[in-house]
Design a protein around this ligand. Structure first.
Ligand code: 8YV
Length: 316
């Protein structure tokens, strides 16, 4: 009897060690991030590769998918699949999985935390105390959070979790989505500029991708206005970054708290020069608890696929 060879899995980037160890025990892993010549590495291993285990920000491009003739599954560590060429997968019957739900609470917590940090100027206050400036006089006043109007752009699993969190803050809440949610009592806006005009704080948690590219544009920022605040925990692509930088520099919006940017991790240096921003390194799901749950879900999907069982969290 011959032993069945372990399925071959290509990894564009590493997972935490607590995932790498069990994956290594089950699969033959091809570590693309360690390859000095990526093209040559892919060409060498392509015929045997049956799955790609990627991360949200690394995705799987059409070019990569085309180079893997026997690919069956793309498993994503992350809920957003905007980095994966889904059309190319669909065209070849390649299945895709992601890690929904397990990160809702963390991303929602961060949206709330960034809102508080921005308006109450928590990072600036920390710097103020550390620098000794406090001894020279009191900190400048901040902005009251409770009682404000918050517009949540995107009302899926995470957006509705943000609303639940904020319902404890005595705030007036509304959301923007293509279609109103029958099960939500909150005010619905079908127009993003209209909601930006209505709200004090605009929290963006729309999926990335072509449909939402630059949706927070100059018109939305103008509607938000000089007393309006932007919090983005979605994707850098949802915001017209040039328009945002101009609005922040010209004080045409009050400020922004951003977990996501274009060109991460080498973001536009103009952000670092601003005093009306709170900057965060794309870490909405970045707690050990949630990352463990995400890794476990990726592994369960891989196992299900290779055992011929239904996928746990397939992307439709
Ligand atoms: C994770 C994310 O941060 O879940 C998502 O969509 O934002 C992800 O980008 C990332 O996949 C962790 O590597």
């Amino acid at each position: 009897m011959t032993a069945t060879a372990a399925p071959q899995v290509l990894m564009p980037g590493a997972y935490p060690e607590w995932d790498m160890a069990p994956m290594q025990a089950q699969y033959t892993l091809h570590r693309l991030w360690e390859a000095p010549d990526r093209q040559a590495f892919i060409a060498e291993h392509a015929p045997g590769i049956r799955a790609v285990a990627t991360r949200g920000e690394l995705g799987a491009s059409g070019e990569l998918i085309a180079a893997l003739p026997n690919l069956e599954l793309v498993a994503c560590y992350g809920v957003g699949t905007d980095g994966i060429d889904l059309a190319a997968c669909r065209a070849r019957g390649i299945r895709v999985t992601n890690t929904p739900d397990v990160l809702n609470g963390d991303v929602a917590d961060l949206a709330v935390g960034l809102t508080l940090a921005l308006q109450r100027r928590i990072p600036a206050s920390d710097a103020f105390v550390r620098s000794g400036a406090w001894a020279q006089g009191p900190m400048a006043l901040a902005t009251r959070v409770f009682g404000q109007r918050v517009g949540i752009a995107g009302f899926g699993r995470i957006g509705s979790t943000i609303a639940r969190r904020l319902s404890g803050f005595d705030m007036e809440l509304a959301y923007f989505s293509r279609t109103p949610k029958a099960d939500s009592p909150l005010r619905h806006f079908a127009s993003l500029p209209a909601m930006a005009d209505w709200c004090d704080v605009l929290i963006v948690i729309l999926p990335g991708g072509e449909a939402t590219r630059g949706i927070v544009d100059a018109e939305v920022l103008t509607a938000l206005g000089p007393r309006g605040w932007l919090v983005n925990v979605s994707r850098g692509t949802t915001v017209d970054e040039g328009a945002l930088l101009q609005a922040l520099e010209g004080r045409r919006i009050a400020g922004a708290a951003l977990d996501v940017f274009l060109n991460e991790p080498r973001i536009d240096p103009r952000f670092a020069a601003l005093d009306n921003v709170v900057l965060h390194p794309h870490h909405g799901s970045g707690t050990e608890e949630t990352r463990r749950a995400m890794g476990a879900l990726v592994r369960r999907n891989l196992e299900a696929h290779f055992a011929g069982r239904p996928l746990v969290t397939p992307v439709p």
